[in-house]
Write a protein that binds this ligand. Structure first.
Ligand code: AMP
Ligand code: MN
Ligand code: MN
Ligand code: MN
Length: 287
């Protein structure tokens, strides 16, 4: 069976490895097809693609777009996108423009709680200066000894109701799905188990997403507890969505590693069903 991982990050967003190293790690872990899905940027895809050719792995061009829907942040993964598509590129550029100003407000909010220098610290951690995010703040908070680990960085800071969290308006669900589809890609709802929606709201989200032309939902992700896999597999089926699998890898030793999660439940329709790049590379695989 093919090992397919369709969600991970390089240091173009909030991962720590350069894109080529992410691909090499995936190959070493036995992954056959990998989607690099950096937040709001596609700048790592060219290097990832070159590395994938050398490693004999199929690279699926991807992105993870930050969206505000019903007052909450939702992440939409785009798979098999064309990173050069002007509408997608312009849309992502617009999202990145808002990130630096947001990071400054986060730093100011932490300063009000007695933590100085966080903005500068997070900025230093970001390789791509357009992509400063909460993970960079979290890594700095850990390194400075304010918290023992990433988990408590997000429990005590950076999340709603805690120091370092600021409201921010990302793009709309409609825009994200439109840009992905305009560039030839497939839109997938990332880690649905992470959102603080009530069941009714989550159903509204899935309905709206389907109506806009969204096609998939992550069922097996590093953000889901194994006890949740069945629930999201059932939701995928109920809403006519295909199922995706991805570790959401960011850094060695942080969360799940690439390609290390269980396979999709057998009754799921995988997002990769019928993708010609997999048929060409792995013609006799049952998946
Ligand atoms: P941002 O896009 O700047 O709001 O940052 C979002 C990123 O923060 C996510 O993609 C994760 O990498 C990270 N993150 C959010 N919540 C947590 C958490 N509870 N534990 C670890 N990482 C988290
Ligand atoms: Mn992230
Ligand atoms: Mn995400
Ligand atoms: Mn992610």
């Amino acid at each position: 069976m093919l090992n397919i991982d369709l969600h991970c990050h390089s240091n173009i967003s909030d991962g720590v490895l350069p894109p080529a190293d992410v691909v090499a790690r995936a190959a070493a872990n036995g992954v056959h097809a990998l989607a690099l899905t950096d937040h709001d940027d596609v700048a790592g895809l060219a290097a990832a693609c070159t590395a994938a050719k050398a490693a004999g792995l199929t690279l699926i061009p991807g992105v993870e777009i930050s969206v505000t829907w019903s007052g909450q942040t939702v992440h939409i993964v785009g798979l098999r996108i064309d990173p050069a598509h002007p509408e997608l590129a312009a849309g992502l550029n617009g999202i990145r423009l808002g990130r630096l100003e947001r990071a400054q407000r986060m730093g100011a909010d932490l300063a009000r709680s007695g933590i100085d220098g966080a903005y500068e610290g997070a900025y230093d951690y970001a390789v791509n200066k357009e992509m400063v995010g909460r993970t960079h703040f979290a890594r700095w908070l850990v390194a400075q000894g304010h918290v023992p680990n990433m988990r408590s960085a997000f429990r005590r800071f950076l999340t709603r109701g805690n120091p370092g969290y600021v409201e921010h308006e990302w793009t709309t669900l409609e825009n994200a799905v439109r840009w992905i589809r305009a560039s030839g890609g497939m839109a997938v709802i990332a880690h649905p188990g992470r959102y603080a929606f009530k069941p009714r709201e989550l159903h509204l989200l899935l309905d709206a997403f389907r109506t806009l032309g969204g096609e998939g939902i992550e069922v097996i992700t590093g953000s889901h507890h194994p006890s949740e896999y069945g629930k999201f597999a059932d939701l995928a089926r109920a809403f006519g969505l295909k199922a995706s699998r991805g570790a959401d890898f960011h850094a060695p030793g942080e969360g799940v590693d690439i390609g290390q999660l269980p396979a999709l439940p057998h009754y799921c329709r995988p997002v990769w069903q019928g993708w010609p790049e997999l048929e060409l590379q792995f013609p006799h695989s049952p998946d």
